[in-house]
Every structure is written in C-alpha cells, then in structure tokens.
Design a protein around this ligand. Structure first.
Ligand SMILES: [Zn+2]
Length: 242
C-alpha cells in the first residue's frame, strides 16, 4: 500500500511533467508557473505560490493506486510477482493518464515500455514468443490504424469535408507492441481481442448515452490505450488463476 502510494505519486508527477517538458524536471504549477514542492504530490497540498489545488486526476490516481496495490496485496499475481506487477501498473497508469489527458503517447515512454516488455516477456515465455508477440501486437494494431485512416479519408471525401478526428492514434500501435512483448505469442491475440471487446462495449454504451442525451456526434473516437491496459490486467489475473 505504501509502495502503491509512492507509485501513484510518481505517476502524477511524470504525467504533469513529461507531456509539457518532455524531460524529467522540477514540476511547475499549471496556473502560476511556480515550482511545486513534493508536498503538492504526497500531501495533496496547494501550490505555495498561488494556492492552486491538485486536480481531480491527482486524487483519482492516488485512490486507484491505493486500491490496486491493496488488491495486489490480497490477491498476489504469482506469475509476475507483486513488485513487478506494481512496476507495470505504474507504467500503464502513466500511459493511460497521458493518453486520456493529451491523446498522446510519448516515444521515450513507449521505448522504455519496449525494454520492460522485452525483459519480462523473455523471462515469462522465452525470447521467440516474446518477439513474435511484440511484432503481432504492433502489426495487428498497425493494420487497424491504416484501416481507420482509410475509413476517415473515404468518409471525408464522400461528405466533401475534412474530418480531423483520427480513429486510432499511432500511440495505440506502440502500446499494442509493448503489450505484445509482455503477453508473448499467442497471448497477444487474446489481449487484442479482449481490448476490442471491452472497447466495443464501452463505446456502445457511450453511444447509447449520447443518443439518449441527444448529443450524438458520429465521430467521437475513444482512445484505445485504456482498453488495451484493462485487457492485460484481466488476462494476467485469469492466467494466474488457472
Ligand atoms: Zn501556482
């Protein structure tokens, strides 16, 4: 739980700094630009310069961090080990938060994920299934990515207007590659399938909600990253318990 708290703070800090500064540096207040102290994260204290409070995301990440580390303590993941599971949880939370807030997956973040995926994948399944899984995850998402682009292009032509929305970001392709390394071959097939299933259910529900509220827009793409991450967590729990 303490490690979960520290991990969640690390996620909050990196999610504040990386998308803006593109490097590890002192965090700045998003209102006054003054430097933030560690108390802003650990104790959820206000900015000492302007009194700006930590955002809802800071609190949600902390609560989820406590929840998931508590869950891990109750139901340990034997195939991965709890410290490793926590490390992956931090990584995936960071990717998800940045994806949701900025619709962005940063290349250094993807790259460190690939290194992590290679190390863990090889330990879990051996080199070949790991590399194959990574290639399959990356390749399958890449196909979806191009199909999505094609779809948008055809549609914008038939409507005679530009559609700026992208169906799937390239960051999702990178993430699928990292997850492919971790799950290996053929696990990645189940991973992608489950992510599409969850994504379909959630966007279906989202659509119904919008139709009910009469705010329907044909193109409100949901980021796929969170669904990929959720499907990995589910698969690890399933495979640990059979
Ligand atoms: Zn401030």
């Amino acid at each position: 739980m303490i490690l979960g708290w520290i991990g969640a703070n690390l996620v909050n800090y990196l999610a504040d700094v990386l998308p803006i500064e593109r490097k590890i540096t002192t965090p700045k207040c998003n209102r006054c630009g003054g430097h933030l102290s560690w108390k802003f994260y650990i104790l959820l204290a206000s900015c000492s310069h302007c009194g700006n409070k930590p955002s809802l995301r800071h609190k949600v990440v902390l609560i989820l961090g406590l929840f998931f580390s508590g869950l891990l303590a109750q139901f340990p993941l034997e195939n991965l080990g709890n410290y490793s599971a926590l490390l992956w949880l931090i990584y995936f939370s960071l990717v998800t938060v940045i994806d949701l807030e900025h619709r962005l997956i940063l290349h250094p973040v993807s790259l460190s994920g690939a290194v992590l995926g290679l190390i863990y994948g090889s330990a879990l399944h051996g080199y070949l299934p790991t590399l194959l899984g990574g290639a399959a995850g990356f390749g399958m998402m890449l196909i979806f990515y191009f199909l999505g682009q094609l779809f948008v292009r055809v549609l914008s032509k038939s409507r005679g207007e530009e559609i700026e929305e992208i169906a799937l970001g390239f960051g999702d392709v990178n993430l699928a590659g990292v997850i492919g390394l971790l799950l290996g071959w053929p696990g990645i097939i189940a991973g992608i399938f489950l992510a599409i299933l969850i994504g379909g259910v959630v966007s279906g529900g989202f659509l119904v909600l919008q139709v009910l509220r009469k705010k329907y827009h044909a193109f409100q793409a949901l980021p796929y990253g969170p669904f990929l991450v959720l499907s990995v967590i589910i698969l690890f729990y399933i495979s640990a318990n059979i």
